[in-house]
Design a protein around this ligand. Sequence first.
Ligand code: G
Ligand code: G
Ligand code: NA
Ligand code: MN
Length: 254
Amino acid sequence: GTIAQALREALETGALDIALQPQFSIADGTHTGFEALARWRGRDPEISPVDFIPVAEETGLIVPLGRHVLDRSLAAARRMWDAGLDPGVVAVNVAAAQLKSLCFVDTVATLLKEHDLPARILEIEVTENVLLGRSSERIERCLRCLQDMGVAIALDDFGTGHASLAHLKRVPVDRLKIDRSFVAGIGERTDDEVIVRTVVSLAHALGKTVVAEGVQTEAQRRFLAELACDVGQGFLVSRPLTPDAAQSYLRDLA
Ligand code: G
Ligand code: G
Ligand code: NA
Ligand code: MN
């Protein structure tokens, strides 16, 4: 369709870029890293990744697009390091089709080398549903390979997909990201509070860290701090920023 064609052109012309959203320690507010989010610049009205990522997945464009996002994310981290700033861990969303392609681990290793960055700078975010398809065994092997390299693995939108606790036991995952729909209910709905409390406790009992998404209020942060939730992300601290603005953000913290 037309979106697919325009997306292909956007990849070629450099119109596809990233935004970086800061992540922070729930306990003391210190910076811990960024999540990289794909952005399609120069389109009016703007098209959200919620709309163009599915098109990219259907057309196979997600493989070059995902590589581009990874490359831009590492380039941004490199530039921060070169400016004497510490970006922390940069989390990049990766789709099933990328993990299925046999060369994904090589792509990651090559890009880390090109940008002269250690593997520990990088986190790969996957959704639960990535673990369910026909290629789940291959994908799990790929994730384990990345983990062995020193790349962290995060399970995104946790609690909204179709994975079971058996998956959680088996798959190589270092952290859980609590979906923002649950965080939004803190202070509003007892059921959301119970779910958040239970996910933090489950993650910690399994030796994993927890990121709360969509933290918008100080009251939500305080609730999460009482649970010893590790990391937060959300409008309370910052919206997603252009790479330049993210660098200024880090400089202003120092
Ligand atoms: O910032 P926000 O509207 O930008 O992101 C919307 C959704 O799109 C999120 O669920 C996010 O995980 C997903 N997304 C954003 N960037 C990427 C990307 O580079 N790759 C994949 N696979 N998903 C992305
Ligand atoms: O989960 P995905 O990986 O789905 O999450 C990133 C999306 O969440 C992006 O669209 C980002 O702009 C959005 N987002 C980030 N922080 C907040 C927040 O505090 N509130 C809301 N409503 N959305 C947020
Ligand atoms: Na994400
Ligand atoms: Mn998410």
